[in-house]
Design a protein around this ligand. Sequence first.
Ligand code: NAD
Length: 482
Amino acid sequence: MAHLDEHLISQVVSEVLTRIRTVREGAAPNAASPASNGEFGVYEDMGAAIEAAQRSFEKLRKEGVAARRKAIAVIRRMCVEHAEAWGRMEFEETRIGRLEHKIEKLRICGDLVPGVEALERVAFSGDHGLTIIDFAPWGVIGAVTPSTHSVPTLTGNAINMIAAGNAVVFNTHPGACRCAAHAIRAYNEAIHKETGIPDLLTTVVKPTLETFDTMCRHRHVKLLCVTGGPGVVAAAMKTGKRAICAGPGNPPVVVDETACPKRAARDIIQGASYDNNLLCIGEKEVFVVEKVADRLMTELEAAGAIRLDATQIEALAEKAFVFPKGKGAGCPDPVVSRDLVGRDAAVLARAIGLDVPEGTPLLFGETAADHLFVEEEQMMPFLPIVRVRDTDEAIARAVEAEHGYRHTAVMHSRNIDALTKMAQVVDTTLFIKNGPCMTGLGLGGEGFLSFSIATPTGEGVTTPMTFTRSRRCVMVENLNLY
Ligand code: NAD
């Protein structure tokens, strides 16, 4: 009963704060807002969401690792059970990507994201006594999630962060906040039933830049974890708080003359068409050596991808990129058009007056190495193919196209020297050899999953350990066993 009352109190406090704010701002209450009174983690007010997460963090600390295990088990079970419904909800809210992949991305969180078993402990025993190092929680973590995989990212973050003993407040993408709030509420309700802790995951109904700012400044938010493009990474790094940043990528693929063109084509299509190329690890441009270039493109066609000619590629580029202040006038920096991001290949084709079968996985075509489709993270199922002289040129161009994001690169080759050279030179967080990109996150490759790959800040594919603080405890001249 005790935890029920606490939850009731937190709801009342949240409701009062909301009403005060509404009166102060003269704003009409948002009738459409679901659970605006703070029901199971979804709050109108960012301050209230953080205070609630802090209370639940303190409760989790008291309940110990056993409660972490229970909460994680609930999340694992629910993300599998609700994968279909929540995947559909996210798809309907964002209208980007492919439904079957939205569902799969949630389902795989169930067993590929590590939990408390991944926490390490270290001990030093010797003449001077015993020292232990424990990996402790930070408290409340402020997390930002992308539109490209809203519920999967928050699910992976939740498992990792709770495993490390933290609570989380999310500022989700405004275009994918309803599905996120729905999942957060459902997770919390079930976790509460199991552990008596109501608000381990919280969020706001309407995430904005202001709620992001409030989250970053709040005294209870001790650590940030942002997943998104360059804007949010720069914003998080300016806050003065420690930020784990899972930033943008533009993964290049190198195919050399020793690769199996059929297998490379199959893998490239699988990776680049997954969720319509929304994955930050997804293949975004290919550098293929002259000797096998034609063969690779023939195999891409044989495996179902559709080749565009030069005129069609230019027509698509016109639609795919916008220049905010007018092309060539004032702002030369292109931005990917939100109308085509994550849309089906058939939709891209229709945009340039081309009719292709609805199930077409990918469009591709030959371009120069400095084409916009090579330089920009297009996040849509058109893949530029660049023909190069030899492997050295392919690697050099791949490094350029990766822009130093240190995110992901892929190579298809059976030449150990070439694979080793690219691995060393490209210096990315993920380097995948002879497979599609998703093998780098445990889907068809060995290893574990997280949708937050901390690239500029160097933590790599995040785990529970990423969200801990190292604490050392020293006993002098005692407690050693010899
Ligand atoms: P986005 O950058 O538009 O938005 C990501 C999140 O950041 C959203 O919640 C958004 O509201 C917030 N945001 C954006 N600018 C902000 C600012 N100036 N201040 C505060 N918050 C801000 O990205 P998106 O389109 O949602 O996602 C795609 C991008 O995310 C791609 O660049 C992709 O590579 C990257 N991504 C990276 C990883 C990774 O693990 N490294 C994973 C997924 C996506």
